[in-house]
Design a protein around this ligand. Structure first.
Ligand SMILES: [Cu+2]
Length: 99
């Protein structure tokens, strides 16, 4: 089992400009990988699976603060989309490939 750290709640955070245009973070991992998101931002975010219109309940960090982390182990292959409940333009995808 390995861990992948992603900055800013899993979303690219090179600056507010990047967030404003909604650049989605994309990550590919092998099945069984634990992904850890670390919030490097000064405000709270969430890592919530699905889309703002249709959260799918696969995982949900709830809001977590600066320096907070959220981890989830992806056991099944497939593409998992996620977003931030506070900033619906913040989106990401984890593609899980068979181990
Ligand atoms: Cu957010």
């Amino acid at each position: 089992m390995s861990t992948v750290a992603v900055s800013a709640g899993g979303f690219p955070l090179a600056g507010e400009g990047l967030l404003a245009v909604g650049v989605a973070a994309a990550l590919q991992v092998a099945a069984g990988t634990t992904v850890t998101w670390t919030n490097h931002d000064a405000i709270i975010h969430s890592v919530t699976s699905g889309s703002p219109d249709a959260p799918d309940g696969a995982f949900d960090s709830g809001f977590f603060d600066q320096a907070g982390t959220f981890s989830f182990t992806f056991t099944d292959s497939g593409d998992y989309t996620y977003f931030c409940m506070r900033h619906n333009f913040m989106r990401g995808t984890v593609s899980v490939v068979p181990n």
